[in-house]
Design a protein around this ligand. Structure first.
Ligand SMILES: C[S@@+](CC[C@H](N)C(=O)[O-])C[C@H]1O[C@@H](n2cnc3c(N)ncnc32)[C@H](O)[C@@H]1O
Ligand SMILES: [Zn+2]
Length: 382
């Protein structure tokens, strides 16, 4: 079999040569996901640094082993990494990649992720769920296998469901209604976080998002877990709904599982679309982003500038409200051309509002200004 060698972070990974990135490749490796893995190494470093003991990690969908191997090699304070994958060739390549990288604290097993995780009750400090498509069938097994205080890392590539291109799959997989809006990727992250918190709650466990991002074709989240019925009940109060008017771009949030929702837009009388249940609490933790930014210079990455830009933008928006506006969409409604985004942000701040950009959309404005105020400000600048 013809092979090729990839350099990522501090590791070298051998994989069979493939024509295109596909789930049908003999061993799955996606170069686009290097960025995802870079962030993961950084996020896990920040997590590991705060632990009192060396950590055990499960990379439950290992592929070539690149992720688990990078975790073992690049994160100080790792006791053990277990990589699982169903594909026998992936397991074979992972094994030889572990040897090639001189690691003795990584093991590989050919097991179904759910079966394996279920058999490891409370064993892991970190569980990484990085499957093809939806992570939803694997969240409950991860909940079982994580220690209290552990961290769950999840990738979702089923953005067409989470972000509202197709409603039915989102309802099926996440028990939630998506919202096809300019901030649909944020809604996707919030639906995912809400689904995770509801799934963990069955075990009297709660989850607190530390970091999340929408990049390329996927969504990624890092959540800290804790245990206790009371704390779980309190955490579930972060669930709720977003209502949105696609005519005038008004939006509002409603907390609780059964809030009294409004179906008519108070601004223009148009119909309101409803998204949820979803997580209305923070999905970006400012302190955790600070920790990641502090650690970033110590990492060896192929593109650390891209990662720094993402962290900077996430840091800026982490204190902002739920949902953001899209400058171009507002200007389309107003039938005007868009003013410079910087001017709008400055004007909002000078009027006493929170205002930041968002990593999700280059033309996005995250602000607590109501839509009519924002429209007034944009018209004033024009
Ligand atoms: C998206 S790839 C993982 C990529 C890898 N984490 C990385 O960063 O390069 C998904 C992997 O999950 C494996 N897989 C699919 N179903 C599985 C299951 N039920 N249990 C364990 N592994 C599974 C596939 O063979 C594939 O290698
Ligand atoms: Zn309206």
């Amino acid at each position: 079999m013809e092979t090729t060698t990839i350099n990522e972070g501090n590791v070298k990974i051998k994989i069979p040569v493939f024509d295109k990135v596909s789930s049908k490749a003999p061993v799955f490796y996606n170069p686009v996901m290097e960025f995802n893995r870079d962030i993961s190494v950084l996020a896990l470093q920040a997590f590991s640094k705060k632990q009192k003991e060396n950590i055990n990690i499960c990379d439950a969908f290992g592929g070539s082993g690149v992720r688990g191997i990078r975790y073992a090699k690049e994160i100080p304070g790792v006791n053990n990494v277990v990589i699982t994958d169903l594909n026998p060739l992936a397991v074979e390549f992972s094994r030889s990649n572990i040897l090639e990288n001189g690691l003795s604290n990584v093991e590989v097993c050919r097991k179904d992720a759910n079966i394996f995780l279920r058999s490891c009750r409370g064993k892991f400090h970190v569980v990484d769920i990085d499957p093809f498509g939806t992570p939803s069938p694997h969240i409950e097994s991860a909940a079982v296998s994580l220690k209290a205080g552990g961290m769950l890392c999840v990738t979702a590539t089923d953005t067409s469901a989470l972000c509202g291109t197709y409603k039915e799959p989102c309802i099926r997989k996440y028990g939630a209604m998506p919202l096809k809006t300019e901030y649909c990727h944020e809604v996707g992250l919030r639906i995912l976080a809400g689904f995770i918190s509801r799934t963990f709650a069955k075990y009297k466990k709660y989850t607190t998002p530390l970091f999340s991002h929408s990049s390329e074709h996927y969504l990624r989240m890092y959540l800290e877990t804790g245990k206790g019925a009371g704390k779980t009940d309190k955490s579930l109060k972060n669930l709720g709904y977003i209502v949105h008017c696609s005519k005038c771009l008004y939006r509002n949030i409603y907390s609780g599982i059964t809030p009294r929702l409004s179906y008519e837009c108070p601004e223009c009388g148009g119909p309101l679309s409803i998204g949820g249940p979803l997580w209305l609490g923070d999905i970006l933790n400012t302190g955790y982003i600070n920790d990641m930014m502090d650690l970033l210079p110590s990492l060896t990455l192929n593109d650390d500038k891209k990662l720094f830009r993402l962290l900077e933008r996430c840091h800026e928006e982490s204190k902002g409200p739920v949902t953001f506006y899209d400058l171009h969409k507002i200007c389309k409604v107003l039938k005007i051309s868009a003013p410079p985004i910087y001017d709008v942000l400055e004007k909002l701040k000078s009027e006493g509002y929170f205002a930041s950009r968002t990593h999700i959309k280059p033309t996005g404005i995250r602000t607590n200004a109501p839509i009519d105020e924002l429209k007034k400000i944009i018209l004033l600048i024009k």
